[in-house]
Design a protein around this ligand. Sequence first.
Ligand code: M6R
Length: 644
Amino acid sequence: MCGIVGYIGSKYAAPVLVNALKKLEYRGYDSAGIAVLEDEDIVVRKVKGALKNLVENITDKVIKTSESMSESECEKREQELIQETSKYVKGTLGIGHTRWATHGEPSNVNAHPHLNEDGTIAIVHNGIVENYAKLKAWLQGEGIVFKSQTDTEVIAHTINFYYEQFGDIFQAVTASLKKLEGSYALGVLCSDYPDRIIAARKESPLIVGLGKGENFIASDVPAVLEYTREVYFLEQKEIAVLYEDHVDLFDEDGNKIIKQPYHVEWDISSAEKNGYEHFMLKEIHEQPKALHDTIHPRLVFDGEKPVDIKFDDLNFDEAFKNAGRIVITACGTSYHASVVAKYAFEKFARIPVVVDTASEFRYRNPILKKDDVFIIITQSGETADTLAALRLAKENGVRVIAITNCVGSTASREADDVIYTWAGPEIAVASTKAYTTQLACLYLLALKCADLRKTISAQEYQHNIQELYSLSDKVSEILEDKTSIQKFVSRNFNKTKIFYIGRNFDSATSLECALKLKEVSYMHSEAFAAGELKHGPIALVDESTIVVAIATQKSLYDKIASNIEEVKSRICTTLVITQKSCNRFKNDEEKVIYDEVVKVPDTEDAFAPILSVIPAQLLAYYCAVHRGMNPDKPRNLAKSVTVE
Ligand code: M6R
């Protein structure tokens, strides 16, 4: 959701900015632009649509010169033209932006950067200026004529207003920030200050990349990884002034502050496709490693055998022992992980669990108690609604545990305890490895909680730990043979709707399976608790429908078999995802009651969600590809939803 970049150094800024913006494409956007200081003037290029449009606009050349050019030839030419942008826009200091429209339609004029009236100050902004209407009225009263419909443009004119008053750009920016309500990550360029970029953040994420003789700003680490692994994560209301050879940091009142840079461990290859056609497919295949990296460090071994779970870096044993409830909030896929967690905590630790989407939680005056254990789940650690839920819990004196994939994210800094999913950067908008590693963390917590509360025997505890540990190999096994899913998709990708049904843990998994499919293939897809079918949804089932039954819960095989027969008799197409040893889905004549089956390795029923979601992720991916969609960049979606 909006990407910001900035560069100051000795290289030409335009190619660096466009390349860095390409690394942020996964966040989702609908227009793009750059502003570069060339001699004494700020040159702005901005266009509606993809970054390739921006490259074509700057170079005045087309990327696809003939219809027969393959995708890789187009990518190669785009790279060449990105390098050529330096011939047309020549400065070594600039800011860039990919915009995801909130106020004002996607258009050339609404694209960032935005300028003050005489074009001497340029800004890029991520976030929402909640009081923009008031500020706009004030500035219009001062005679300012606005060019765009954005909330952002008020920032450029406000900075200009204070610049005219103080004659100092830093003072002008700090004064302007105090006028803004809402959220911002900001990059500011002023032609009177050709030696610096000013950056600031509140709510929306922003990092500073520290290079040698060059420095960067960006919304996320992948944008700068090609150049440096040393970064500052800016905290709430911090301001950075970047020069070629150093960076100064300040608090909101302009007092200088010192902080240690963070060394990013992962390398550039983790943020690239490595031969896979799409990030989504790559990330699906990274799940065995991601699961191992998340689970292994949390286990205590007796020889080769895992026998215990450790959270010794955290301090929540007493909280879990004495907890009255567990409350979990999150959004989207992370919320779906919390629904699985409800089943897991209630099964193993016999503790009531309340789950809620963060967007609902924050506005319904939730009842929170001091003996609640409050968990938020967020891959990015930057989701606005989830952070609001975190802050609400803390205001109510409740201790917060964050499960996140992003070291240095706002959630990781504001929560009392942090459990990392070690999935590595997830670039595809559709979450895959983040989800399964979130489940892994939640299972570890549920088992540990059960052990602390003595709700399972030592034998059961150890057996479950060993089973959890074996899941990464079982996921590898599923990924070794994708043919039945591929064949099923090639026969059925043009059906109009897909319903996922399941019971117990499988009904929780169904939610995530349906979301995955709708996000990337745009097929109409819903999840229903199988027992609810008769209460309405079955009216929708016809020959254009696929019903996928997630059927991994042994004690409920007979129940879900009846549901499969019910929908099958409405002439729809059925796919069953079940455990390897299951042979139950046959009728009295010993004939199978489904059109296709995908079997995942046997496991404890409680852990089946980690395995049964994999075929559904693949199904979503292949449906998207067959239907000609780019699964990495679904329309209208952003990777990191940093505004409400
Ligand atoms: O970064 P978060 O986990 O907080 O993100 C929450 C949702 O926006 C996210 O899971 C979204 O639903 C994904 N696109 C799902 O694939």
